[in-house]
Design a protein around this ligand. Structure first.
Ligand code: ACO
Length: 402
């Protein structure tokens, strides 16, 4: 690792690295990835262990505070998050300004950004206590915001949070419950959803996290920074891939059509890519995809659902992993390849998939944002460029231009 800052100070030289393939933008103690070995650790703990043995509240505490909580710390943290789940009543009016067919990510960008107009105390980012309050507010309100986006799109009334439920159970009820009826949280679905949240909680300096850090580096309002992260996550090359992957699997439809799509993915004249395949850092199986594949099996069997799309996904993976193109380019399934199958079995429309990713990734974003603000080496993010435009020339009045 070369620290280029000294070279720049001494000689004015800087690096050209489009897409930041080999440039570290910060130091971070949150998440470690070994892309060649397919390892992902949060604060040192392997993702497989966290996904199977802990809860999203525990992982959230871990990411924010650096250590796993003991029982009383966990209870207190869960209580704190629960206290912040309500949205200001005026925000319901804000939703009504959107078209009914608005994508939930469009609504989430707007509503999360709008939170900055409601919590003026959170604007004081120099105060670590206020930063933590802003973080708790964001983690707590995201399920309410996402569920309301869904309810709005289907024309049903919003449900207020019910705080005797778990974080994830509460979200399921606000999404699938209706005011006139009792909603029973299915423990299998609750567990699977919680695991999906854990798998998406953080992933070091991915595009949306880097966006949050860059926006936050100017001292911007935390809610506005998270809205910027949501905007970045939406793209199909990033969080939007879960929606795109399930749409692709449905379009393929049957296993006999898979080879045609693999051929298309290899054809450099065709912009088509296998969605849910490939990763900037993983050149091995994404460890989150391993857990996700196991979870699909468990959920489908526990719910008694058989989905032909899962068979297509399994066969597609098998064929791609034995294909020289995918072997040579080290393209493996990523977290988004299987998540859509579970989310669809639970009852979410594809348009909600990326919104769920944003909900879960919020803890990673706020933890990284906090880490950045508390870092004494932190400066405003300001990439350089290689200028390729015209050299200096004189202005010509409009009537004299030929
Ligand atoms: N299908 C077919 N070919 C692919 C795929 C794919 N899914 N992914 C990469 N490739 C090929 C590229 O065409 C390129 O080939 P070339 O060397 O002949 O030009 C080579 O593999 C390297 O790909 P890049 O795009 O340069 O790799 P990069 O690291 O920039 O991109 C990315 C990573 C964006 C994830 C890419 O693999 C992709 O588009 N995958 C599909 C979308 C997806 O699943 N995104 C989710 C990522 S995980 C997440 O955000 C949670």
């Amino acid at each position: 690792v070369i620290d280029i800052r000294k070279l720049y100070a001494d000689t004015g030289m800087f690096t050209y690295d489009p897409g930041f393939t080999s440039t570290a933008s910060c130091e971070s103690a949150l998440t470690y990835i070994d892309g060649d070995e397919g390892v992902l650790l949060h604060r040192g703990y392997p993702i497989g262990q966290l996904a199977k043995e802990s809860s999203f509240m525990e992982v959230s505490y871990l990411l924010l505070n650096g250590e796993l909580p003991d029982r009383s710390e966990l209870d207190h943290f869960t209580y704190t998050i629960t206290r912040h789940t309500m949205l200001h009543e005026q925000l319901a009016t804000f939703y009504r300004g959107f078209r009914r067919d608005a994508h939930p990510m469009a609504i989430m960008c707007g509503v999360v950004g709008a939170l900055s107009a409601f919590y003026h105390d959170s604007a004081d980012i120099t105060d670590p206590h206020q930063r933590m309050v802003a973080s708790h507010r964001l983690i707590a309100k995201m399920p309410t915001i996402a569920a309301m986006a869904y309810k709005y799109s289907i024309g049903q009334p919003f449900l207020y949070p019910k705080n005797d439920l778990s974080y994830t159970g509460n979200f399921l009820r606000m999404t699938f419950g209706v005011p006139a009826e009792e909603y029973e949280v299915n423990p299998i679905v609750e567990k699977a959803m919680d695991r999906i949240f854990i798998l998406h909680a953080d992933h070091e300096q991915n595009a949306s996290t880097s966006t949050v850090r860059l926006a936050g580096s100017s001292g911007a309002n935390p809610f506005a920074c998270i809205a910027a992260g949501i905007a970045c996550l939406w793209g199909p090359a990033h969080g939007g891939a879960n929606e795109a992957a399930l749409n692709m699997l449905r379009e393929i439809g049957t296993v006999d059509r898979i080879p045609h799509y693999i051929d298309r993915a290899k054809d450099k004249n065709d912009p088509f890519r296998l969605m849910g395949f490939g990763h900037r850092v993983y050149k091995n199986y994404d460890p989150r995809a391993t857990v996700m594949q196991e979870t699909v099996r468990e959920v489908l069997s526990a719910l008694g659902v058989s989905d032909p799309v899962f068979d297509v996904a399994l066969r597609l993976e098998e064929l791609a992993l034995n294909d020289p193109y995918f072997i040579e380019k080290k393209l493996f399934p990523n977290v988004d390849f299987y998540s859509g199958v579970i989310l669809s079995a639970i009852g979410f429309p594809t348009t909600m998939f990326t919104a769920l990713f944003a909900l879960a990734r919020t803890v990673g974003w706020v933890a990284q944002w906090n880490e950045m603000i508390s870092d004494p080496a932190q400066k405003i993010g300001r990439p350089r460029q290689l200028y390729t435009g015209p050299v200096q020339r004189d202005y010509v009045p409009v009537d004299k231009r030929s």
